[in-house]
Ligand binder design. Structure first.
Ligand SMILES: [Zn+2]
Length: 65
């Protein structure tokens, strides 16, 4: 199952932060985003988003039985 996350991409034209849903596939190549002027104050222009998915991990002890 592909990893899907929500992130924000700032429009280079108007500065609006667009909430976008990205998958692992989107991180393999630049993705075209439409700056959202329906749900947000965007400018309705297309821009390119370079998507990087970062994973973090924390270590935890396994409980003794
Ligand atoms: Zn914009």
């Amino acid at each position: 199952m592909a990893l899907t996350v929500f992130t924000k991409a700032q429009c280079p034209y108007c500065g609006h932060e667009n909430l976008i849903m990205v998958t692992e596939d989107d991180a393999r190549r630049p993705t075209i985003i439409l700056c959202d002027n329906e749900r947000g104050p965007g400018c309705d222009r297309y821009f390119v988003a370079i998507i990087k998915i970062v994973a973090t991990a924390t270590g935890h002890a396994i409980a003794d039985e």
